[in-house]
Design a protein around this ligand. Structure first.
Ligand code: SAH
Length: 335
């Protein structure tokens, strides 16, 4: 619940409105796990709350910590037994958390482990928020930036994601500026436009991975619904509305999308949305597909930068703990 919603409920319970603010602080700032800990709330009020409401928690099913770089990966379980992955990464400029937005995914990208077992359900705003709270509690690290790049397609769970962002940025709670949040999408065009109009200040990352309809159709089924021209138009609109540059993700797969011709096509596609940023990712090899990491990442990057397209290569973190893309959840399902 947002604070105004909580206030309405608290008043309906016959309590003073300011009690809602105190309770919100206990939940979202101090993050109690038992209402008995709320020392400035009366016993009778806590009883009333316990009758009508439930404090949810996530349980940690597995936790893997990288010996290489301190990355921590959590496999969390929700009360209904479903699981998701969350990854805490520490950079020189601070801690960044990658959270999941759905259990499974409908999008069917051919290189992605999150989608292989299909879609189960959307995550609730509270379930996204709890990934932040629980990861901070367990690791003792403060989340300074957040990426919505875990399991699921955030723009396919739009209303819950927007509500989560509202809670996350509330001054009485975690108070994280949405300028420190990146949302990654495979390209749900109408929702990109809606997000642009919402002017949240967050960074939009678009999973592109191929520069033409023919090549993108072959690895990302969503392209058949919203083609590259429509996608680039929506990206231009996002930039025009928000002033925020788009970041394009491009996972380089040997023999699939790492050749000079593809780089040329990419340059041509992105020119109209420049200034933008291309994040080149050596593809993570997953069990379900034969895809191999490209050995031509630096050449590909050079072609882009030589042609005025800003491109960086994403650093690999947590390589020793399978810290990417649904692999831990898949393993646990197999077991
Ligand atoms: N559904 C959203 C967010 C989740 S995926 C999206 O598609 O953007 C987060 C990022 O990881 C996306 O860019 C996705 O394309 C990428 N990704 C998925 N599988 C990958 C793999 N095997 N190697 C490298 N990147 C991968």
């Amino acid at each position: 619940m947002t604070l105004p919603e909580l206030e309405a409920d608290i008043v309906a319970l016959g309590e003073k409105k300011f009690r809602a603010g105190q309770l919100y602080g206990w939940l979202h700032d101090k993050r109690v796990t038992d209402l008995e800990e709320c020392s400035n709330l009366s016993k009778s009020f806590i009883e009333k709350l316990n009758e009508g409401y439930e404090l949810k928690r996530l349980s940690i099913v597995r936790k893997l910590e990288s010996k290489l770089d301190g990355t921590v990966k959590y496999l969390y379980e929700f009360p209904d037994g479903e699981r998701c992955e969350t990854v805490m990464m520490s950079y020189r400029h601070g801690n960044s958390l990658c959270i999941s937005t759905q259990v499974g995914c409908k999008m069917g990208c051919s290189f992605c482990a999150s989608t292989k077992a299909g879609f189960v359900r959307d995550l609730l705003p509270s379930e996204m928020l709890l990934q932040v709270y629980e990861s901070e509690r367990d690791s003792g690290r403060k989340v300074e930036s957040l990426v919505l790049m875990g399991i699921g397609e955030p723009l396919d769970n739009y209303d819950n994601v927007m509500r989560f962002l509202e809670l996350l940025s509330s001054p009485e709670g975690k108070n994280l500026s949405l300028r420190h949040v990146s949302l990654s999408t495979c390209g749900i065009v109408p929702r990109i436009r809606e997000l642009a109009d919402a002017k949240t200040g967050l960074t939009l990352s678009v999973s592109l991975h191929a520069p033409t309809d023919e090549k993108r159709d072959a690895i990302m089924p969503v392209n058949k619904l919203y083609n590259t021209a429509e996608l680039i138009d929506a990206c231009k609109y996002y930039f025009a509305q928000t002033g925020r540059r788009i970041s394009f993700e491009f996972a380089l797969i040997a023999g699939v999308n790492d050749d000079p011709q593809t780089a040329k096509e990419l340059i041509k596609l992105l020119r109209p949305v420049s200034p933008c940023h291309v994040n080149l990712i050596p593809v993570n090899e997953i069990r379900e597909r034969e895809y191999r990491k490209s050995g031509k990442v630096r050449e590909f990057q050079k072609m882009l930068t030589d042609n005025g397209i800003n491109a960086t290569v994403r650093r690999t973190l947590g390589a020793d703990i399978n810290a990417a893309c649904g692999q831990l959840r898949r393993d646990s399902m197999r077991e």
